[in-house]
Design a protein around this ligand. Structure first.
Ligand code: ADP
Length: 511
């Protein structure tokens, strides 16, 4: 058995660095993980230590290969997937970062983004990048480092420094400093990459005052990204796959046809719909982004998010102390026949698509003397269905496709009540896969594709196995009645908060 080929997926997330060893049939053989710290040096600032990220990556890779002794030799390719947008600049000679990694959550460049938006640049930038002006994306973070760390701009202009998101920084180290490259999905989160022309955009570089000399080469998602330095993992291994976390999850969920949707329910929720080879601009302030590019052929996706998903359950657990374990929410919700007209709008950090009201805050409505804890918990879980229906309507309109099936993953999908309600509200089947590690799986698929383990992306479809399918059982009348109640609740919240024009924003659900 030991000579069966395997693939190593590196999944570098915001709070942990993981590696998963997959078999050629895309089954999980082993997992190794290390928690990662975030630093908050000032209000709104979020940083990480790039050297820790690299050392942790190396450590988990070495540990998993040691644990699976015989299989280390069998690793035929490495795939990388990562937290997106987080920005690192480092010295090309020494590999030393010139500043900590500025994490995607960091808001220090918020006012710069507002100024550029007020100056009217957003439509041009959106038409080229599919993104909105927001400090999440890398460009203003790069500019901040260039302008605020002494001597850095001059070194960057002289070509001494390299910029990269986490994927790119890890690849550079894995290849012993030989390869400075990224992939289209990660490049697309910088605000500097034109996803229509598929190249770094000179006008955008000028707008943000960023020298082209620091930029990595942009490759397909399955490509020759170089060989690992033999000193690191005992021998050379090809790095073949790379994609940002949400894109990798779309691939891991095998959403290869236009109209297929994956939705990840963690702290927040991220939904991506495959929209095929044509770029489309969103009319609902959603993002257009590469789903993946293979053999030079781009497939696009529409991306939308819900700020608060599992975070609402966390709040019921830790804030209201309704239960000790999130899983207990399911039995509580099922202990009552309905929410007793209670609606829970979890707008802790504002409302996203399609409302775009970051100024409003959450609300629980419809309380009466006979409201119990169970009704509130049920309403919080039902809110996931309502929010997803709101979002899905916008995604379908922007994407130009009907979503026929929704494939879900993330911590919250362990909750069968939530998944059934989701299927009922969307009036579509909701599928949960056997392997819910969709992100790492996507990276493994891309790596396997690059080294010829799979002939085509579609060849991996038959390894996708469904664990559970939730089919809608609610009557049309009931669905309409419940959803109308949600709409009324949201409208009363918007009304109570005034009609002030809100600043547009994108999701901060991944916090
Ligand atoms: P993240 O990757 O964003 O940290 P996870 O995918 O690990 O999130 O999911 C964790 C979230 O899912 C938490 O917010 C938790 O409250 C919620 N959660 C986990 N299990 C359940 C459950 N059985 N029912 C409801 N919520 C759950």
């Amino acid at each position: 058995m030991n000579d069966q080929p395997t693939i190593l997926a590196i999944d570098q997330g915001t709070t942990s660095t993981r590696t998963i060893l997959f078999s050629a049939e895309l089954k999980i053989l082993a997992v190794q993980q290390k928690e990662l710290k975030l630093h908050y040096p000032r209000k709104g600032w979020v940083e990480q230590n790039p050297e820790t990220i690299w050392q942790d990556t190396l450590e988990v890779c070495r540990a998993i290969l040691e644990r699976t002794a015989g299989r280390a030799e069998a690793v035929i390719a490495i795939g990388i997937t990562n937290q997106r947008e987080t920005t690192i600049l480092w010295d090309r000679n020494t590999g030393k970062p010139v500043y900590p990694a500025i994490v995607w959550q960091d808001r220090r460049t918020g006012t710069v983004c507002e100024r550029l938006r007020a100056q009217g640049f957003e439509p041009m930038v959106t038409a080229r990048t599919g993104l909105l002006f927001d400090s999440y994306f890398s460009a203003t973070k790069i500019a901040w480092i260039l302008d605020n760390v002494e001597g850095v701009r001059a070194r960057a202009v002289r070509g001494e420094l390299a910029f990269g998101t986490i994927d790119c920084y890890l690849l550079w180290h894995l290849t012993g400093g030989r390869v400075h490259a990224t992939d289209v999905t990660n490049a697309a989160r910088t605000l500097l990459f034109n996803i229509v022309e598929q190249q770094w955009d000179a006008d955008l570089l000028a707008l943000f005052d960023i020298p082209a000399a620091i930029l990595p080469e942009v490759r397909d998602n399955a490509a020759g990204f170089g060989m690992t330095d033999p000193a690191l993992l005992g021998r050379e291994i090809p790095v073949g796959g790379m994609a940002g976390d949400q894109h990798a999850a779309l691939i891991g969920q095998r959403c290869f046809r236009p109209g297929m949707v994956k939705s990840t329910y963690g702290t927040g929720c991220f939904a991506l719909m495959n929209i095929g080879p044509d770029f489309r601009l969103s009319r609902h302030r959603l993002l257009t982004t590469p789903a993946y590019r293979l053999n030079g052929k781009m497939v696009y996706a529409v991306e939308g998010s819900i700020f608060v998903a599992g975070a609402a359950i966390q709040w019921l657990r830790d804030g209201l102390e309704f239960f000790q374990d999130a899983a207990a929410s399911e039995a509580l919700a099922r202990s009552v026949p309905d929410s007793n007209e209670v609606y829970f709008v979890p707008a802790f950090t504002g409302l996203g698509a399609p409302y775009w009201r970051p100024d409003v805050r959450g609300m629980i409505s419809g309380l009466s003397r006979d409201t119990t804890r169970a009704h509130i918990v049920r309403a919080a879980l039902e809110a996931q269905g309502y929010q997803t229906l709101d979002l899905m309507a916008a995604i379908e309109e922007d994407g130009g496709h009907q979503a026929d099936v929704i494939r879900v993953d993330g911590g919250l999908v362990a909750n069968g009540f939530m998944c059934q309600f989701l299927a009922d509200m969307l009036n579509r089947p909701v599928e949960v896969p056997k392997v819910t590690e969709a992100t790492a799986l996507g990276a493994a698929i891309l790596a396997g594709l690059a080294v010829g383990l799979f002939a085509r992306l579609e060849a991996t479809e038959h390894y996708w196995q469904r664990d559970i399918i939730y089919t809608p059982v609610m009557t049309e009348a009931e669905r309409k009645r419940l959803y109308a109640g949600w709409k009324t609740a949201v409208q009363s919240l918007l009304h109570a908060s005034g009609n002030a024009a809100a600043e547009p924003a994108v999701s901060d659900s991944r916090q």
